[in-house]
Design a protein around this ligand. Structure first.
Ligand code: FAD
Ligand code: EPU
Length: 338
């Protein structure tokens, strides 16, 4: 384990922001992590744990220690008549884990294909797509308590998962480093193909017999058609969360804006499509310098080349203000601002 100095973080964040970390080190085991946390550099500086860097916006140089999680390994740790418990190291690439499970016939992760980033960050915001969130397949995780230098185990309840939320983003923010995550996956798939355009895509693909492989491919195809590939255009996926409003607020909005896009939630609230709100404010396709709002998906802010994190943040602030002025709805950022 070597601590490097003055390292550009450009290759380590999907926005492609060129910010510099004063110190940078990677770790590939719990022991290496503990040794790193006991180092003078970690004790005397702010620390930032990094996975794939696909949900952060670096707004300035990072004056502390960036710790890149490289803990690997995927194993079946338990098997029942109808399920497998799969444990994956936090440093495993998420999509590679999904493909591995699809290959092996472990069902449950296929709708979450092609989400960038690593396993360790997946519980942070309870990643979700196409009708599935990781809370639906989550078994447990292990996390290193930074202060106590001990490993703690969290079951689903202890993680307090919500829409793009968990205890690690709130109550325990900055206190734990997730080292492994376990998932409860089915031998017999329970297909979830009702969300968005999955069914349509399966038909277009001419799929005769439904399989987790086909669902995974359909999700890959849909995502590739609308979301920018970070290798080509810097981005961190949806920059904002889809906001929730009460039924009364929704009805008032619907009277004023009859084509508003919303989804009813259990309990009577509505989830508004933030992409629609942003598009209605005229931001879709907007570009100033290298900071922009993606022309195919207004919820995604992009870096066309050499935008600074502060420029993207500034654009996001303008979008929040204009959506609030037009609809009275305050958008919340999904991306972690560093
Ligand atoms: P990072 O960006 O490295 O880290 C994110 C946050 O978690 C940071 O605050 C970091 O400090 C913290 N963190 C990272 N690892 C750990 C750890 N081991 N322990 C504790 N804290 C940690 N998200 C969705 O939910 N659904 C989608 O459909 C989706 N689509 C996307 C599409 C694109 C093109 C892109 C670029 C992003 C998309 N995202 C989506 C967002 C992103 O992929 C997820 O949030 C992903 O889980 C981030 O993983 P990461 O390893 O890159 O996290
Ligand atoms: N829409 C517009 N204009 C746009 C974009 C969207 O009008 O520019 C409307 C359309 O009516 C569309 C609807 O919004 O049908 C929903 O759009 P989409 O299906 O693309 O999904 P989303 O709500 O924008 C969410 C997640 C994505 C996830 C997809 C698929 C959030 C914040 N985002 O996007 O997650 O992949 O659903 O499940 O919940 C991420 O978190 O980074 C992410 C990409």
């Amino acid at each position: 384990m070597k601590i490097l100095e003055n390292i550009s973080l450009k290759p380590f964040n999907s926005f492609g922001i060129d910010a510099v970390a004063a110190y940078f080190a990677s770790f590939n085991s719990d022991d290496e992590l503990e040794a790193l946390l006991r180092s003078e550099t970690a004790i005397n500086n702010h620390c930032l744990v990094l996975g794939g860097g696909s949900n952060i916006l670096l707004t300035k140089d990072f004056p502390g220690l960036v710790m890149k999680n490289e803990i690997k390994g995927i194993e079946v740790v338990n098997e029942t008549e109808d399920q497998f418990i799969i444990k994956a190291g936090a440093g495993e690439n998420w999509h590679q884990l999904v493909l591995h499970c699809v290959e092996q016939g472990y069902a449950g992760l296929e709708n979450l294909s092609l989400i960038p980033g690593n396993v360790g960050a997946s519980p942070m915001q309870n990643i979700g797509a196409y009708g599935v969130e990781i809370k639906d397949v989550f078994e447990a995780l292990e996390a290193f308590h930074i202060k106590d230098k001990s490993i703690e185990k969290f079951d689903r309840e202890a993680c307090s998962f919500g829409y793009r939320e968990s205890v690690f983003k709130n109550k325990y923010k900055g206190q734990f480093i997730i080292t492994s995550v376990s998932f409860r996956l089915n031998k017999q798939p329970l297909f979830n193909t009702t969300y968005g355009a999955i069914q349509q895509e399966l038909e277009r693909m001419n799929v005769q017999e439904l399989s987790i492989r086909a669902v995974s491919q359909a999700v890959i195809n849909i995502r590739s058609s609308k979301l920018p590939d970070p290798k080509l255009i810097g981005n961190a996926g949806s920059f904002f969360k889809n906001p929730f409003v009460s039924m009364e607020q929704f009805e008032l909005l619907k009277d004023k804006f009859p084509s508003i896009v919303a989804f009813p939630l259990e309990g009577g609230n509505f989830k508004l499509a933030a992409g629609w709100l942003i598009e209605q404010c005229g931001w879709k396709g907007f570009r100033q310098g290298d900071a922009g709002c993606y022309p195919k998906q207004a919820l995604v802010l992009v870096n066309y080349g050499s935008a600074k994190g502060a420029e993207i943040l500034d654009l996001s602030e303008k979008i929040i203000r204009s959506v609030e002025a037009k609809f009275g709805v305050v958008l919340e950022r999904e991306v972690n601002i560093i």
